[in-house]
Design a protein around this ligand. Structure first.
Ligand SMILES: C[S@@+](CC[C@H](N)C(=O)[O-])C[C@H]1O[C@@H](n2cnc3c(N)ncnc32)[C@H](O)[C@@H]1O
Length: 249
């Protein structure tokens, strides 16, 4: 499995580009792209140093191709750790979107199975491409399901209480609450929404969950150099709210 993308870094700027490209143009000049067998290559163009690196998962998902809103790395990181996602977990995710959270899930779950559900074929294809670009292939433990989880006739070909973890990133998650029958007792539900009223309605509509927590993650970057040590002027003020709960009934 090998990454199909390369990260180019110069003067605080980063680009994620196809390894197959020979040349990449930046406002610093044209950059020849090396075939990155090593972990790092460096070249100098117009007295600027360009570093060619293998992207980390956070660098990768920040720059993935997308036609949907994605879950940002700061939130993905917390979701993966707080949900105690394990190598052997069976997971259900709805909807797939551009695959940002899914790439995070795939980086953890290696022996368990992941079912990801998306109703939009175009978004599924984008997610597939992003996953192939990062992992080099579609991992065998991943199953894409095309379907509308709001449809009362929607079913998965698995037993009830199959999943250790369920992840929702849907505009109206309460309309997908029937899927929660697939979560084991003791299993963890994670629901992500940009608006708190979505979270509130979902909590009001689900039953059999305890220890429901709702929170958001604020990441404030600081500028630290020879002259300054202070918060950056700009901040991504809001991404979304994370809601988690434990199924007991
Ligand atoms: C915000 S995006 C998910 C982004 C994803 N978590 C990521 O990190 O890239 C929400 C996705 O849910 C899908 N979706 C919305 N309603 C759905 C439904 N009823 N059934 C299945 N998928 C649905 C949308 O097509 C969209 O791709």
């Amino acid at each position: 499995m090998s990454l199909k993308k390369i990260l180019i870094y110069c003067n605080g700027k980063k680009w994620l580009v196809d390894k197959d490209l020979k040349m990449f143009s930046t406002h610093f000049g044209n950059v020849e792209i090396p075939q990155l067998d090593k972990d790092i290559e460096i070249s100098e163009i117009n007295q600027k140093k360009f570093y060619f690196l293998k992207p980390s998962i956070a660098e990768f998902i920040l720059k993935i191709k997308r036609k949907t809103q994605i879950i940002y790395p700061k939130d993905v990181a917390v979701i993966l750790f707080y949900s105690d996602l394990k190598e052997t977990d069976n997971v259900i995710e709805a909807g797939t979107g551009s695959g940002s959270l899914l790439i995070g899930i795939l980086s953890r779950v290696k022996k368990g199975k992941i079912i990801t559900i998306e109703k939009n074929e175009e978004f599924k294809k984008i997610a597939e491409k992003n996953i192939k670009d990062f992992f080099g292939e579609i991992p065998e433990n991943l199953q894409f399901v095309k379907g509308d989880v709001y449809d009362i006739n929607f079913k998965l070909d698995i037993n009830d209480e199959w999943a250790d973890k369920i992840f929702f990133d849907l505009p109206e998650p309460w309309r997908a609450k029937d899927l929660l029958k697939y979560l084991k007792k003791g299993g963890i539900l994670v629901n992500y929404n940009p608006q708190i009223i979505q979270i509130k309605k979902f909590i009001e509509e689900i039953e059999g969950f305890i220890d429901i927590n709702v929170f958001e993650i604020l990441e404030r970057k600081w500028i630290v150099d020879e002259k300054r040590a202070r918060p950056s002027d700009l901040m991504r003020g809001h991404t979304g709210f994370i809601m988690m709960g434990r199924k007991v009934k």
